[in-house]
Design a protein around this ligand. Structure first.
Ligand code: NI
Ligand code: MN
Length: 220
C-alpha cells in the first residue's frame, strides 16, 4: 500500500481495492484530484477535517465512514454514508477500521453537534496505521498499543488545538509505533511547528519520522 500526504491531516491510502481518503480538507491542495476513491473517513466534523468529503462522495460514489451523528449530517447533504461508533471493527475489502476516542470536540460547519471526535485505526493489507485525528495526548494510546500494536502513527504536532511535538513524542512511545508521520502543522499561524525537531527527538527513542511534503508518498 501507499500513503500519500495531502496536507494538514488529509491522506490518501492507495490499496489494490481502491483509494481511501482520510479527513479530505483538499481545498488547501489544489494540485490534488481525487481518483478511484472507494472510501472516505472523517475523524470529526470540523471544516479542516470534513473538508470536501460530501462532494467527493457524490462525485466518486465513495462511502463516508464517520461517527453516527456526523455520518447523518453527511447523508443529509447527499453523501453515501456508513455511520459507526467507537470500538467496533468495521470490515472492508482491504482490511478493517476501528474508531478510537480523541480528546477534542466535534461540530458541523453550521456549529451543530457532530457526535464524538475520533481517531481511526486501520489495518490495510496487513499494515496497522493509526490516524490520531485532532487530539490531546491521552492514555487510550497505551491501550491501543497493548491490544492492536500499530506500526505507523499519523500524529498532529501543531499544538494549540491538539498535541504538540513534545506530547507527540510521548504519544509515539505509548503507541509503540516504528514510524511517525507528522500532520496538522503549519497550515495556520497558531499551529506552526518544525517537524525536524520531532524527527530528532524520536530518533533518540529509536522511532523513525517520515516527513512528507504535500503530495509526497511513501510505500509500505
Ligand atoms: Ni478539530
Ligand atoms: Mn483540526
Amino acid at each position: 500500500m501507499l500513503i500519500k500526504y495531502l496536507g494538514h491531516s488529509a491522506f490518501e491510502f492507495q490499496t489494490k481495492e481502491g483509494n481511501i481518503l482520510i479527513d479530505p480538507f483538499i481545498a488547501q491542495n489544489p494540485e490534488y484530484t481525487p481518483k478511484n476513491i472507494s472510501d472516505i473517513f472523517v475523524t470529526h466534523g470540523h471544516c479542516d477535517h470534513l473538508g470536501s468529503a460530501v462532494e467527493i462522495s457524490k462525485a466518486q460514489k465513495a462511502t463516508i465512514t464517520a461517527i453516527f451523528e456526523l455520518a447523518n449530517y453527511c447523508e443529509a447533504k447527499g453523501g453515501i454514508t456508513n455511520g459507526v461508533s467507537m470500538g467496533g471493527k468495521i470490515s472492508f475489502p482491504w482490511g478493517w477500521a476501528l474508531f478510537t476516542p480523541a480528546f477534542h470536540s466535534s461540530s458541523t460547519p453550521e456549529g451543530h453537534y457532530a457526535g464524538a471526535p475520533a481517531g481511526i485505526l486501520f489495518e490495510i493489507e496487513g499494515t496497522r496505521i493509526f490516524h490520531a485525528g485532532d487530539t490531546a495526548l491521552n492514555s487510550e494510546m497505551k491501550v491501543i498499543k497493548d491490544i492492536y500494536a500499530p506500526q505507523i502513527a499519523l500524529l498532529p504536532i501543531g499544538g494549540h488545538y491538539t498535541m504538540d511535538i513534545e506530547q507527540a513524542v510521548i504519544a509515539a512511545e505509548w503507541l509503540g509505533v516504528d514510524i511517525v508521520i507528522p500532520m496538522h502543522y503549519n497550515t495556520f499561524p497558531p499551529i506552526k511547528a518544525n517537524p525536524e525537531l520531532l524527527k530528532a527527538e524520536l530518533a533518540a527513542n529509536g522511532i523513525n519520522t517520515v516527513i512528507l511534503n504535500k503530495n509526497e508518498s511513501i510505500e509500505f
